[in-house]
Write a protein that binds this ligand. Structure first.
Ligand code: HEC
Length: 215
């Protein structure tokens, strides 16, 4: 069934308002003492939101399939094959950001690459929330003032059996990890643990341009 364009716009706008409400309610429930919901006012384009969600699902799948190529190997993997798991994921994250006008990064409290340390109070809060609530897979927050108007999407990263080859015990880490990451903290994980999260910042003006292009 197709609606005339004004009706479609109306439906889109109603959907956007609903999403903002959901974000607002989420925040109010999480932090009942702050009136953060009132600060949420960027234009939100549903298509950009779903695109960000999809992009992070695909990025996560990329890592899982790269890591699974190492699982159950009988021969000792070469240094080159060992390296081809999380660095390419980091590079793909940056590329996704460039393609869409977003900033995409990985964040972890027990990080291996210091670039992935939590960079704001909001990132620390969301990691903590993912820790305490394993049932939460992803969530939206309003961008913080340093970022300007916009939204942030966060998506959890869990530890799978195949990750333990490099994120298991300290002693069992491959030599290239021990050599290249002297201050590594990303070990001693167990299957199902929270490993970190993807953080996507969608600036408001990019969303507005995206919405205009889709009209
Ligand atoms: C072959 C070794 C290897 C495997 C297997 C591996 N990782 Fe990593 N992981 C690394 C290295 C090396 C880094 C640091 C990459 C960099 O410098 O950006 C890293 C970094 C990360 C980061 C970014 C945060 C940080 O600590 O810097 C996340 C998240 C992550 N790994 C999750 C996983 C998950 C989830 C799996 C399993 C699906 C996995 N890794 C499997 C080697 C590995």
């Amino acid at each position: 069934m197709t609606f005339p364009l004004p009706v479609q716009r109306l439906v889109q706008r109603a959907f956007s308002t609903l999403l903002l409400l959901v974000v607002g309610i989420g925040l109010t429930v999480a932090r009942p003492n702050t009136a953060l919901a009132a600060q949420v006012s960027p234009p939100v384009d549903p298509a950009a939101l779903s695109r960000a969600v999809l992009a992070m699902e695909q990025l996560d799948q990329m890592r899982i399939s790269l890591a699974s190529t190492l699982e159950g190997r009988t021969e000792e993997p070469t240094i080159e094959t060992m390296k081809e798991v999380c660095r390419p994921v980091g590079m793909r994250a940056v590329a996704i950001g460039k393609e869409n006008g977003w900033q995409v990064r990985q964040v972890a409290s027990k990080f291996r690459n210091p670039d992935h340390a939590p960079a704001s109070a909001q990132e620390r809060e969301v990691i903590d929330l993912f820790h305490r609530h394993p049932e939460i897979n992803g969530l939206w927050e309003p961008a913080i003032s340093e970022q300007g108007a916009g939204l942030n999407y966060y998506r959890r990263i869990n530890v799978e059996p195949s990750c333990l080859a490099c994120h298991g015990t300290k002693a069992s880490r491959p030599a290239f990890v021990k050599d290249n990451y002297p201050n590594d903290m990303a070990f001693d994980f167990k299957v199902g643990d929270l490993r970190g999260m993807y953080a996507v910042h969608l600036p408001a003006e990019v969303q507005a341009a995206f919405a205009a292009a889709a009209d």
